[in-house]
Design a binder for this molecule. Structure first.
Ligand SMILES: [Zn+2]
Length: 488
């Protein structure tokens, strides 16, 4: 038995002006053939799970195509066409296959195909025909479409946010493939699409309301013929028809049972919808908490500049707030290639005037004009060995400068945009996280997997920006209507 492996992963924010191009994939992952095995086989990622699970089942894994880029704007049409062309050429060249394991993200938007995942899964289905199983994994933030469901035999989503079960999700998909190929099960799936968008602030699966919500669904969604059930949270920063929460149930040849269970999850979502409405915390309130609790170590989560949601990574709003209050022993990482260059022009230990951050657009504050001391310079490459959100293992943030402001804030300036998913980002630059009392992490849930080890409290701060917490402020044109919380 031979099973092909395909992956095309990117979370696309349609509310930012920048687009994702080929270079963004080249900066992270753009691989074919055996290079995919080398990159992912041991990674805490669903593709690692595909390899490991197929091996365990004695099935040959045939890596064909894998592309991944960090969350950003929509994918340019020419780039998306090229990626799909490469994928399909790889599929044609792969020889006879018994099935396909695929890893779409589920919230990918291309300029020419708003439902990018549904489009390429449909192409793969057309190519392999109806008789061969196509089983795919999904990010918990997938905006599920009918096309994704119709193109696949089974879809299995992560169950945790921060995403720490990606390897396990890939293993489950590979096991399902093995059982399908052996003829011991016949997977069929059904989905439901509740008209509900869940605020990103309440998408932590370890906390109320989702922790109890998931526990109740797990208890209710069992039965001898249930193979898998997935409750997807959706990605609200995408103005597409499929934006929102959803449910997928896979049964062993019991289509009606699958549909009934998916509808039951939909009913539960709609009954409990008010529980998902967050209370926002202002920048001023967050700073007051920090000042009032000098012994407590905080991570401020910058919701408006959520890099894992596609934002520019250079908002200066929280930095200004800490700087103004002279909160010493604080840390922030900002994308600012110009400041890196300027800082690199002086000797270590010397001072230099910098204009820090807020260069991408007008939504993310104003640059902090500051005389800083250059502490160190680095190549910006680091790796993470533990399972962290996104399953990323190798990072490259480009040439990096560490500077200290007169207020005592330590600022890491990077030449490439990078989400704060790993503390190796600090330790690789000779920074000891235990020396800081306040961190700014540009994210909402995802950074918590890394930062929970070094702080006592997280505060999700309602900062303005491309990923602002209050999604009712975003100008949607294509989402379903009515939909909670936009229409009450
Ligand atoms: Zn996600």
């Amino acid at each position: 038995m031979r099973v092909g492996i395909l992956a095309l992963l990117q979370e696309s924010n349609t509310f930012i002006s920048g687009k994702t191009s080929l270079k963004h994939f080249q900066q992270d992952v753009l691989l074919t053939g055996e290079d995919i095995r080398q990159h992912f086989e041991q990674a805490p990622h669903e593709i690692g799970g595909f390899f490991q699970g197929l091996k365990k089942a004695g099935i040959e894994a045939v890596p064909i195509f894998a592309a991944r880029a960090y969350p950003n704007g929509i994918i340019e049409a020419s780039t998306f066409d090229l990626l799909v062309k490469q994928m399909m050429e790889g599929l044609e060249a792969a020889g006879s296959l018994d099935g396909i394991l695929a890893a779409p993200h589920g919230a990918t938007v291309a300029e020419n195909h708003p439902d990018a995942d549904g489009f390429w899964l449909g192409k793969v289905r057309d190519f392999i025909g109806l008789d061969k199983p196509l089983i795919a994994t999904l990010d918990l933030h997938a905006n599920l479409s009918r096309a994704m469901v119709d193109s696949t035999n089974a879809l299995i989503a992560y169950r945790s946010n921060p995403h720490l079960d990606q390897l396990e999700t890939g293993l489950r998909a590979a096991d399902l493939m093995a059982r399908t190929l052996s003829g011991s099960i016949y997977p069929c799936q059904a989905a439901a699409f509740p008209s509900l968008a869940i605020n990103i602030q309440n998408q932590n699966t370890n906390e109320y309301p989702l922790s109890s919500f998931y526990a109740q669904i797990n208890a209710a969604s069992n039965g001898p013929d249930v193979i898998s059930h997935s409750t997807l949270l959706g990605f609200p920063y995408a103005d597409v028809a499929e934006m929102g929460s959803s449910a997928i149930v896979v049964t062993d040849d019991q289509p009606e049972q699958a549909q009934e269970m998916a509808w039951a999850i939909e009913r539960k979502f709609l009954t409990e919808k008010d529980e998902f409405e967050p209370e926002f915390i202002s920048v001023e309130a967050a700073i007051e908490e920090i000042v009032a609790n000098p012994e407590t170590r905080f991570t401020l989560l910058d919701m408006g500049d959520n890099v894992g949601g596609g934002s520019p990574a250079d908002s200066s709003i929280l930095l200004h707030a800490l700087h103004d209050k002279k909160i010493a022993n604080s840390f922030v990482c900002l994308f600012d290639p110009v400041a890196v260059k300027t800082a690199s022009s002086v000797m270590i230990g010397e001072h230099v005037d910098l204009s820090i951050g807020a260069h991408t657009d007008e939504q993310h504050g104003t640059p902090l004009e500051c005389n800083v001391k250059l502490l160190s310079l680095h190549d910006g490459k680091f790796s993470e060995s533990k399972a962290r959100h996104g399953g990323f293992t190798n990072f490259d943030q480009g040439p990096t400068a560490i500077v200290k402001c007169s207020s005592g804030c330590t600022v890491m300036l990077t030449s490439k945009r990078i989400p704060p998913f790993s503390l190796a980002q600090l330790t690789s630059c000779d920074l000891d996280p235990s020396n800081f009392r306040v961190f700014i992490a540009k994210g909402v849930i995802a950074p918590q997997a890394a930062y929970r080890d070094v702080c006592d409290r997280f505060i999700q701060v309602n900062t303005p920006g491309a990923t602002c917490a209050d999604m009712t402020q975003l100008d949607f044109k294509n989402r379903r209507r009515p939909m909670f919380p936009f229409e009450k």
